[in-house]
Design a binder for this molecule. Structure first.
Ligand code: C2E
Ligand code: CA
Ligand code: CA
Length: 559
């Protein structure tokens, strides 16, 4: 059906004007208006028509028929008036209904959009919540949520004034780096995901887990009784964390280090619990790895000592407290000096002598080893040029390279410019690397050593027999010299099996075209045994301890 408004074309402007002019429809007024119009028209009609009739007509029959016409005209006129009046009102009414209907539809549409928007906001809020509180890889709670959970747990314990306690554990994967290096980060991520999955499914009322950072997980063991109870729970977790992991045909035996602190004995808030279990974890990692350490005051004291040592190392570099000692390397058949190993010494103004075994690993861990080694390179090559200028016979300078240095190629530039500056023959500079540090830098070490060897530098494999002692590596690396570890030399005098191993190593290395140096020779017996088995060179207290440069000059160059 066609709408009235579409027939009579009343624009919304009319309605606006109507409303603005405060012409609101007043039903009583409107009806009264129609009724009054009707009444006025009627009265005017009756009076004027009667007067006119009187004036025009004299005959009764004419009068009567005129009366009838007058009646019809009246009905016609009032019908027109009523029609116009009702039409106008209804048109306005219809337009208003149309507007209301249209607005209702608009409102409905807006309502639906609003509901959609609300659902979208809800979904995004949920996503944000997951992003903010859960780790994306493992879907375990992240550190923020874990902090909330631990804080809630502490509050619930405090409220009841009970003597309940819980263990806060930091767990880290010892050999994640191996997986990342050998198989790639994709497998590293897969492995972390796997651990997350296991920890998630082990979580219950008394065990909760989170991922603290890349290879570190936080675990809460609630309602503990004593350390044995904690250990039994930890061992249960460890037994589930697939220790042997197989990828294609390769098997990785995964190990984990853990640090434990206990609420409220060791700390009474999240941050301190985390700090203390992290401290215990560092201890586990520095000792052996694959270890569980409980936080103790002693560990904290050691940690403080370590922090002090770090500050001292920084200061020692600036105030040049390091100096170099040199330990002779001699030919075993005629005791002739062939070279010296450069060994750093730190004479601390208050603490006295500090062993490189104590500060080199720390300097490595905090990224200061490059500065120390740059000092060693510079001093050792300067010393070599001094001996050269004195006219002493040419000997090899054997310099230790840290694992950190094997990971960067810039050492090539540094060494090359130093030997050039001091006019040193590259063949007289030997660089000592360990198997462990080569394996730790698989990507660059092989390339770096090949380049150094191509330039003329000599490469020695240090501490052979103390690490993996993998023949695959030895035969594939660009090595000139193998140094047998001092512990091996020592034990070969006690264990006949070790004697056979040392003998075999010498033979094998000779067959691979390498020169063999025995380290840590302390007795004549050791020296004789090594000589008998054709070991090329030796180094150890039997010949000399590491000494300052002028002692080498006095005792070795003049004889
Ligand atoms: P290393 O490279 O295996 O050095 C040989 C260590 O054995 C030296 O210890 C030396 O003093 C010791 N030694 C030599 N002969 C004997 C012996 O007959 N008996 C015994 N018991 N020990 C002997 P040192 O000087 O304490 O150095 C320890 C380690 O510190 C070195 O082991 C090396 O890994 C590291 N280091 C020393 N100087 C440097 C350096 O300039 N740079 C780097 N990266 N590491 C260094
Ligand atoms: Ca060495
Ligand atoms: Ca060594």
């Amino acid at each position: 059906m066609k709408k009235l408004s579409s027939i009579y074309k009343i624009s919304s402007k009319d309605i606006d004007e109507f409303l603005e002019a405060s012409y609101r429809i007043d039903p009583k007024k409107q009806s009264l208006k129609v009724a009054l119009a009707y009444a006025v028209a009627g009265v005017v009609w009756i009076i004027t028509s009667d007067t006119l009739l009187d004036f025009w007509t004299e005959r009764d029959n004419v009068y009567e028929s005129m009366q009838t016409y007058k009646g019809w005209i009246f009905v016609l006129l009032t019908t027109i008036v009523i029609y116009i009046s009702i039409r106008n009102s209804l048109m306005l009414f219809d337009k208003a209904i149309g507007e209301i209907y249209h607005n209702y539809e608009e409102l409905n549409k807006s309502h639906k959009t609003l509901i959609k928007l609300e659902n979208e906001i809800e979904r995004q809020l949920q996503e944000l919540h997951v992003l903010a509180f859960y780790d994306s890889l493992t879907k375990l709670p992240n550190k923020i949520l874990f902090k909330k959970q631990v804080t809630n747990l502490i509050e619930s314990i405090d409220i009841r004034h009970s003597n309940r306690s819980f263990a806060f554990i930091c767990l880290t994967i010892d050999n994640l780096k191996d997986i990342n290096d050998i198989l790639g980060h994709h497998y590293g991520d897969l492995f972390i995901k796997n651990i997350g999955y296991i920890l998630k499914h082990m979580s219950d009322r008394d065990i909760r887990a989170c991922r603290l950072k890349e290879d570190e997980f936080g675990i809460i063991i609630n309602s503990i009784t004593n350390n044995d109870y904690i250990l039994s729970k930890i061992n249960k977790i460890l037994s589930k964390l697939n220790r042997a992991w197989q990828v294609d045909s390769q098997e990785f035996f995964m190990t984990y280090s853990l640090g434990v602190s206990i609420y409220p004995k060791d700390a009474n808030n999240f941050n301190d619990l985390l700090k203390n279990s992290n401290m215990a974890l560092s201890h586990s990692k520095s000792v052996e790895k694959d270890e569980i350490t409980f936080y103790s005051k002693k560990i904290e004291e050691n940690n403080i000592a370590k922090i002090n040592l770090i500050n001292d190392i920084i200061h020692a570099i600036e105030s040049r407290q390091f100096t170099l000692y040199y330990q002779p390397i001699v030919r075993l058949d005629n005791n002739k000096l062939i070279g010296v190993e450069v060994l750093i010494r730190w004479i601390h103004p208050k603490k006295g002598f500090i062993s490189p075994m104590d500060f080199i690993p720390i300097a490595e861990s905090i990224g200061l080893i490059s500065d120390i080694e740059s000092f060693v390179f510079y001093e050792a090559i300067t010393q070599k040029s001094i001996w050269q200028s004195y006219g002493y016979p040419p000997i090899k300078m054997s310099i230790n390279l840290s694992s950190e240095r094997l990971g960067k190629l810039n050492i090539i530039e540094e060494l090359s410019s130093l030997v050039e500056k001091f006019h040193i023959n590259k063949e007289e500079i030997q660089l000592e690397v360990t198997e462990t540090s080569v394996i730790g830098n698989l990507d660059t070490a092989f390339d770096l050593l090949t380049r150094l060897k191509k330039l003329g530098f000599k490469i020695a494999l240090d501490d052979f027999g103390s690490g993996y002692s993998s023949l695959t590596y030895v035969s594939s690396l660009p090595i000139d010299v193998v140094k047998i570890d001092k512990e091996f030399i020592k034990s070969s005098m006690v264990e006949s099996k070790d004697k056979i191993i040392v003998k075999t190593i010498i033979e094998l290395m000779h067959n691979l075209g390498m020169v063999v140096v025995a380290e840590g020779i302390e007795t004549e017996e050791q020296k004789e045994f090594l000589k008998e088995n054709a070991c090329d060179m030796g180094q150890g207290y039997l010949y000399s301890k590491p000494v300052p440069a002028n002692d080498i000059e006095k005792n070795f160059f003049t004889t």
